[in-house]
Ligand binder design. Structure first.
Ligand SMILES: [Zn+2]
Length: 439
């Protein structure tokens, strides 16, 4: 339902009681849906989400959707259309980051433990509104937000505030609490006195029934995706190991899929990745310990991979004195190796950065990493548009410039199909036909 149709629905109900009718008028005035103007964008070139960029194309937007895209001279343009000239710019579909945490901020500002234990959910939600705004300004019009990390269901509230037009932000697909095997996630009990009750970064569950119940519970509260931590740092030396049993993972995926939800698995160990793949998850996040055999299995089972390369770099900067651009740390080398193995095995690779670990609004760093490690600029752009939309199950609805699709558009200074660094230079951002940034 759109905001307007929701409001109409509410007003129809409110008409049954006269005092409520006055409230309805107030609500309409308080959050007015933005006017959808007819606009003709004439950039230097248009990249639609596939193939080469088209020189001299224009894009016509009306009623929040793309009406037409093609050679400028061939478009029939209504007389009242606002014309926006974008010389030297490339118009591309709004970018998608498939692994974000709007409720986290960089760990060199505040450690993850301190964010979860010391920052209130209210404070974290206020920060998240700023994070959402920064993301949209950077040209990212859609996020799959993979877990509130202890901030309960605040992601559902942020999503609603964006959809209702209360705050600016990208389209959000949220995972709410995420599921972790009991006593496996953080904050780690071993770092505190044993009689302390610690808030947790995910919902802790053990056993098939409890897993199924938690999936249903998170779904009922608004989870679009189910996120599971298939491994974590449970070893005696803090090393990562698979956590859930195969039976628990199978039940989790079945319960999620039954309710029409896809599953994202955090997994950095080969065994965690293997179990998650066998269980039928839809995506694997991180994956730096994956072997060739496991990536082949992922390709076979059509499990997509989000390599979160920027998170490896950021963590190396924070905790291993890595200087950006210098020789990669062992963790960065492992992430790069996994990326190469996945590519060679033919695994679908999407753009997922783990932003939140590093600053919101700098999501473009991941696309630069994808190119640095071997993708062409067009492959990287597809990973953040058409391929990302398909991973979301939204191909044909998001991630391309095609008549009928929502007008989620970004104009970049320069040509990102030739030099990916252009993704750092958005000059115009439109979501659903509403301009949030313009030159
Ligand atoms: Zn993450």
């Amino acid at each position: 339902m759109t905001f307007q149709s929701k409001l109409r629905h509410f007003c129809a109900l409110a008409a049954l009681a006269l005092p409520a009718l006055l409230q309805c008028a107030w609500a309409a005035a308080a959050i007015a849906p933005p006017a959808l103007r007819t606009m003709l964008l004439t950039p230097e070139r248009v990249w639609t989400g596939e193939g080469e960029a088209h020189k001299g194309w224009a894009v016509l937007v009306a009623d929040g959707r793309i009406q037409a895209a093609g050679p400028a001279a061939q478009l029939s343009v209504p007389a009242d259309a606002e014309r926006i000239a974008l010389p030297g710019k490339t118009l591309i579909p709004g970018l998608i980051d498939l692994h974000s945490h709007v409720l986290l901020h960089p760990y060199n500002e505040t450690s993850w433990d301190d964010q979860v234990m010391k920052e209130s959910v209210e404070y974290r939600t206020i920060l998240a509104t700023r994070h959402a705004a920064a993301t949209l300004q950077a040209g990212f019009t859609t996020l799959r937000d993979l877990g509130s990390e202890g901030a309960l269901y605040a992601d559902v509230a942020v999503k609603k505030a964006i959809e209702d037009g209360v705050i600016p932000g990208p389209r959000l697909y949220v995972a709410t609490l995420a599921l972790a095997a009991s006593h496996s996630y953080g904050p780690a009990a071993r770092s505190f006195r044993p009689d302390m009750e610690l808030p947790q970064g995910a919902q802790e569950v053990t056993g098939v029934d409890a897993v199924i119940k938690a999936v249903r519970e998170q779904s009922s509260h608004g989870a679009d995706w189910i996120k599971v931590y298939a491994d974590y740092r449970t070893g005696p030396d803090g090393s990562s190991n698979a956590t859930f049993t195969q039976e628990e993972l199978n039940a989790l995926v079945q319960a999620a899929h039954t309710s029409g939800r896809r599953v994202a698995a955090h997994a950095g160990t080969d065994e965690g990745m293997r179990r998650a793949t066998l269980a039928g998850v839809d995506t694997i996040e991180h994956g730096s310990g994956g072997t060739e055999a496991t990536f082949r299995l992922m390709a076979e089972r059509k499990v997509a991979f989000l390599p979160t390369l920027t998170a490896s770099e950021a963590m190396s900067e924070y905790f291993q004195k890595h200087v950006r651009g210098a020789a990669p740390t062992p963790a960065m080398q492992a992430a790069a190796r996994a990326f190469q193995l996945a590519r060679r095995a033919g695994v679908v690779i999407g753009n997922g950065s783990d932003v939140g670990v590093f600053a919101h609004g700098t999501n473009a760093r991941e696309l630069e990493w994808l190119v640095r490690l071997g993708m062409t600029p067009v492959e990287a752009l597809r990973a953040a548009t058409t391929v990302a939309a398909a991973i979301l199950g939204k191909d044909g609805e998001l991630g391309a410039i095609r008549p009928g699709m929502p007008a989620d558009l970004v104009a970049l200074e320069g040509d990102p199909t030739a030099d990916i660094a252009a993704v750092r230079r958005p000059v115009l951002v439109m979501k659903g036909g509403v301009l949030y940034r313009r030159p």
